[in-house]
Write a protein that binds this ligand. Structure first.
Ligand SMILES: [Zn+2]
Length: 151
């Protein structure tokens, strides 16, 4: 089982199953998103950023969704943010996850401005709960999860 460093200021390591996920379907990558997955695989959470309008966004795209500029860079994220919304999955949409329902997926508005999605390790949840990103590994694939943290 591989380990991945925790994003942000923490120095602890996490491993597969930290958010209760045991099955995986490999993420589909393309030239626009591959760098993001590769960074996550190293334990880094990077956020696409527009140098024209100073906006951050997700997922990675060839142009800024705010202003259309192609003057983009990638900025390290603290991994800290607040819950924007969440859903608890009771019926698996893929046979690989039949044994894992119910599980909860959160939409997190990162402090840097982008909104990302991932499973969450601990509940119950409230709107605007403070969370941090927790990359974890399932069968060698690093995925993005979150966990609640104190204010
Ligand atoms: Zn922009």
């Amino acid at each position: 089982m591989s380990t991945v460093n925790t994003i942000g200021s923490g120095s602890s390591s996490v491993s597969g199953g930290v958010v209760g996920q045991h099955a995986t379907v490999a993420p589909e990558t393309d030239p626009d998103t591959r760098w993001w997955w590769e960074a996550l695989g190293r334990g880094e959470l990077l956020v696409p950023h527009c140098t024209s309008c100073d906006g951050s966004f997700f997922p990675p795209t060839p142009a800024c969704p705010h202003c259309g500029s192609t003057a983009l860079d990638r900025r390290p994220s603290t991994g800290l943010g607040r819950i924007y919304s969440w859903i608890t999955v009771h019926i698996a949409q893929d046979p690989a996850f039949v044994g894992e329902v119910p599980y909860t997926v959160v939409a997190v508005h990162l402090d840097e401005g982008a909104r990302l999605f991932g499973r969450i390790a601990n509940g119950p949840l409230e709107d605007a709960d403070r969370v941090r990103a927790v990359p974890y590994s399932v069968d060698g694939t690093v995925l993005l999860g979150f966990e609640r943290v104190s204010e």
